[in-house]
Write a protein that binds this ligand. Structure first.
Ligand code: PXP
Length: 242
């Protein structure tokens, strides 16, 4: 069945709103693991708007599952990622003004840099993934880069309605199949929530979903355990339809 990796960035967003020591993303992540999350993801941004360097260190020390560290191609961030001990890395585009990651990495345009960073991170023993849109050209470029994984950007699917959403889902299905033909392993994420997750969890070939905001927000009302268990149940309803 598709695995759930939970992104804890927005626990840190809440903490940074007051520059307090709580809520602690590590404590929240440990509860998420106990409730069934199979991995924890965080994004150390250049502007440190949510996760801080010390959070990455503390997460890696405390987690029992695995840490997936998202980072940009920026030299400073790659150097930190290399020392982090994370088991997985996801390379993402980053711009200062965005509210959240917008669009996938342009692997075609940055082919050499992506290939170099992929080699550097792989040398640290981590599984490298490239966060891309489900476009054929980007998938081919990702396969050429030497990264074993891609994470398909599900934001367009999540934001679309009606027939447009069906088309976006089809794009993810086709993109996943094509990526597998190219020898890539496929994860997916961004904008997924309790109502839209099942069809994505049901895509044959998708191994892991990275979900953050919806789970963090729901946990405010029902607690961490229930928020994770409800997401696992929503994913299972899609997986069983495979
Ligand atoms: N995957 C990637 C690469 C991301 O950058 C993010 C957002 O940080 C997510 C998944 C999770 O998105 P969301 O918080 O909307 O679930």
């Amino acid at each position: 069945m598709v695995r759930l990796h939970v992104n804890v960035d927005h626990i840190a967003t809440l903490r940074q709103a007051r520059r307090e020591a709580f809520p602690d993303p590590v404590e929240w992540a440990l509860r998420a693991e106990r409730a069934g999350a199979q991995g924890i993801t965080c994004h150390l941004r250049k502007d440190r708007r949510h996760m801080q360097d010390a959070d990455v260190v503390a997460l890696r020390r405390a987690l029992r599952t695995l840490l997936n560290l998202e980072c940009s191609l920026d030299d400073e961030m790659v150097a930190i990622a290399r020392k982090s001990g994370a088991e997985a890395f996801c390379l993402v585009p980053e711009s200062r003004a965005e509210i959240t990651t917008e669009g996938g990495l342009d692997v075609r345009a940055e082919a050499q840099r992506v290939a170099r960073v992929t080699r550097e991170l792989a040398a640290e023993g981590g599984a490298v993934s490239l966060f891309i849109d489900a476009d054929r050209e980007q998938i081919v470029a990702a396969a050429d880069s030497g990264a074993p994984f891609i994470e398909l950007h599900t934001g367009c699917y999540a934001n679309a309605q009606g027939d447009a959403r069906k088309r976006e889902l089809e794009r993810l299905v086709t993109g996943t199949a094509f990526a597998r033909e190219c020898g890539l392993r496929v994860n997916a994420g961004h904008g997924l929530d309790y109502r839209n997750v099942a069809p994505v969890a049901g895509i044959a070939g998708v191994e892991e979903l990275n979900i953050g905001f919806a789970i963090v927000a729901h946990s405010l009302f029902v607690g961490v355990d229930a928020a994770i268990r409800e997401m696992l149940a929503a994913m299972a309803s899609g997986s069983s339809a495979r």
